[in-house]
Write a protein that binds this ligand. Structure first.
Ligand code: C5P
Length: 235
């Protein structure tokens, strides 16, 4: 799959989401859409089907983490929704990741891409050491989880654009890096701390950038989206 800009549709309901996507009706390029927990838990699978029917590709960001059998059966349900990318927590172990892949693979051998969350960017060193009781430096933890994901057969990881180049070095160029924490150079950072511009993320080799508020809260979301596409894909 080629590089792309994914728009995080972090809205509370279907109505707001569809009103937002309506703004792209006459845009030549339909955004790749990320549906997260808030929207999915509010509206259920119907919102996935509706957005898919409108011609968007979908990253279903539900971050599964449970025993292998439960994750396998849940992934089988998600694969019927025909999303393009979905994900889980690498902390669920290699056994869980392999089970997830099995569940996600349809009878004809096709499946959505499956990527892993390594460590959430909201987890800092202190929490890692004092609560999760991992004493290793954060970068080692992220790279080790990325390697586990790769060895389990997954397609890539969600990571900071600052980690994309290192993940490619450790796991190979074809292992996908999907990176949130992207902001325009002249934009508001919001609650994101370590950010990069779409152009910088491109230079780091990120495969997909995820942008939410810089596009969803822009006065002209289409223009903001096309700016991200232009900067990231140099189109
Ligand atoms: O609005 P903003 O561009 O910050 O949105 C980023 C999106 O990426 C949100 O949906 C957020 O939940 C998600 N995300 C993130 N950092 C991670 C993992 C996911 O910002 N480490």
């Amino acid at each position: 799959m080629a590089k792309d800009v994914i728009v995080a549709c972090d809205f509370a309901d279907a109505k707001t989401t569809i009103e937002f996507l309506d703004k792209f009706e006459n845009n030549g390029r339909k955004p790749f859409v990320k549906i997260g927990m808030e929207l999915y838990y509010a509206e259920g699978p119907s919102i996935v089907r509706e957005i898919k029917a409108r011609g968007h590709r979908i990253f279903l960001d539900l971050k599964l983490h449970d025993i292998p059998n439960t994750v396998k059966k849940t992934m089988a349900v998600l694969s019927r929704l025909d999303v393009d990318i979905t994900n889980l927590h690498a902390a669920g172990t290699s056994a869980m990741m392999r089970a997830a892949l099995e569940g996600l693979t349809r009878d004809d051998g096709t499946r959505p891409l499956l990527i892993a969350v390594t460590q959430l960017t909201s987890t800092d060193r202190e929490a890692l050491e004092n609560e999760i009781l991992i004493k290793e430096p954060m970068e080692n933890v992220v790279m080790s989880y990325a390697e586990n994901a790769k060895n389990s057969g997954l397609d890539g990881v969600v990571c900071s654009p600052l980690e994309a180049a290192k993940v490619h070095e450790v796991c190979g160029k074809s292992f996908l890096t999907v990176t949130p924490g992207v902001r325009f150079a002249d934009g508001d950072k919001g609650d994101q701390k370590r950010v990069m511009t779409p152009h910088e993320a491109r230079e780091q080799g990120a495969d997909y950038i995820v942008m939410g508020r810089p596009i969803t809260a822009a006065a002209d979301p289409c223009a903001a989206y096309m700016r991200a596409v232009h900067e990231f894909l140099e189109e």
